[in-house]
Write a protein that binds this ligand. Structure first.
Ligand SMILES: *Cc1c(COP(=O)(O)O)cnc(C)c1O
Length: 357
């Protein structure tokens, strides 16, 4: 054990019974460490999950210097796996660099997660579609209400046993194409996993929900013309025999699921166009019957079919609001690899060994 400092709970919690939902339950323990310019990362510990005390003047509460990650641990036959955690470690480094926040090395990031997950392995559900969601996050914890880069940070990792993300499961969702508000612009933080992006996007999400949609599809920040991504997922569209998806060039979040799907497409002999395309083109393709399938990709929902797009007061149904064959095939292959049921020829899986200490 690397983080020997374990503050034990007096009593472990009851494990949840029945529906897990998403983010409703948290495990017994969390990881915490602190960064200061003088000491670097220090005071590393695993401690009981619970409230943390912060001063009202910690900078994150005023200026939102905060970043996060999201990945999962999967359990099957008593074995526990992570999926490409080095990708999350690297993306966290790039997010933190953009936000002027300190770096955590890839090896340390993965070690922390493995140790915490191993400690909490009894919490990992093994029912269909369920997993342990891992939430690493960092925030400015210096007390100061002047606007500047903070000199003190807190890093935490919490764990939450989760069921399927959308109550629809692997059934299609309705997505609203947002043509008023924007999520990201060139030079901004679109490629960064930071809380601020989400704070600014909630108004569109709320509006979409009021109209009966699950999430929004964002258009580019300059012309509101080019298709970017869905709220917390990258978006892919099967037109004829080619998948269209927006490129990663500053405004779109570089998803681990997106990257994995792209590799599988090659294996499935599906062509890929990683280029800018307009919402008008997409609507034309629906009307001409050439848009065969649409889906979002992200760790939380894995692959989420899009059955309907709402745009400027019109509604467009995709693939008769059914889950497409390619969508299903990608979902089965990806989850098969994640849960250790299928061969992992890309070396994406990483087993969390059960080393009792
Ligand atoms: C996290 C996230 C994604 C998906 O990334 P994964 O690594 O596949 O989970 C897509 N878009 C946004 C805005 C995100 O925050």
């Amino acid at each position: 054990m690397k983080y020997k400092f374990l503050i034990e709970r007096d009593k472990l919690k009851e494990k949840p019974q029945g529906e897990l939902g998403f983010g409703k339950y948290y495990t017994d323990y969390m990881f915490e460490m602190t960064y200061t310019e003088d000491e670097g990362w220090h005071d590393k510990k695993i401690r009981p999950y619970g409230p943390i005390e912060v001063d009202p003047s910690v900078m994150v509460l005023h200026y939102a210097q905060e970043t996060f990650e999201g990945l999962k641990a999967y359990k099957n036959d008593g074995k526990v796996y992570l999926f490409r955690p080095e990708m999350n470690a690297k993306r966290f480094q790039s997010s933190n660099e953009r936000m002027c926040m300190p770096k955590i090395d890839t090896e340390e990031f993965i070690n922390i997660i493995e140790e915490l997950v191993n400690l909490e392995r009894d919490w990992i559900p093994d029912s269909e579609g369920a997993s342990l969601y891992i939430r690493p996050f960092m925030f400015a914890s210096e007390k100061n209400i002047g606007v500047k880069v903070a000199n003190k940070y807190t890093f935490l990792v919490s764990l939450s046993p989760v069921g399927q993300y959308y109550k629809e499961g692997i059934n299609p969702v309705k997505i609203y194409v947002e043509d008023k508000y924007i999520r990201a612009a060139q030079g901004g933080t679109g490629f960064v996993k930071c809380g601020g992006n989400y704070a600014a996007s909630l108004i569109a999400q709320q509006r979409a929900e009021e109209m009966g949609y699950t999430q929004v599809l964002w258009l580019d920040g300059k012309e509101r013309k080019y298709v970017e991504e869905v709220g917390s997922m990258n978006a892919m569209f099967l037109i004829d025999d080619t998948i269209y998806t927006a490129p990663i060039d500053g405004t779109v979040l570089p998803g681990v699921t997106r990257d994995s799907v792209i590799k599988l497409l090659d294996e499935f002999d599906v062509k890929l166009k990683e280029e800018h395309f307009t919402i008008d083109f997409l609507i034309d393709m629906i009307e001409e019957g050439r848009l065969k399938e649409a889906f979002g990709t992200g760790t939380a929902a894995v692959i989420s079919p899009i059955g309907e797009l709402g745009y400027k007061g019109n509604s467009y149904i995709i693939n008769e609001f059914k889950t497409g064959d390619l969508t299903k095939k990608l979902y089965d292959r990806l989850t098969g690899i994640q849960y250790g049921r299928l061969e992992d020829k890309y070396g994406w899986r990483r087993e969390v060994k059960n080393d009792h200490c």
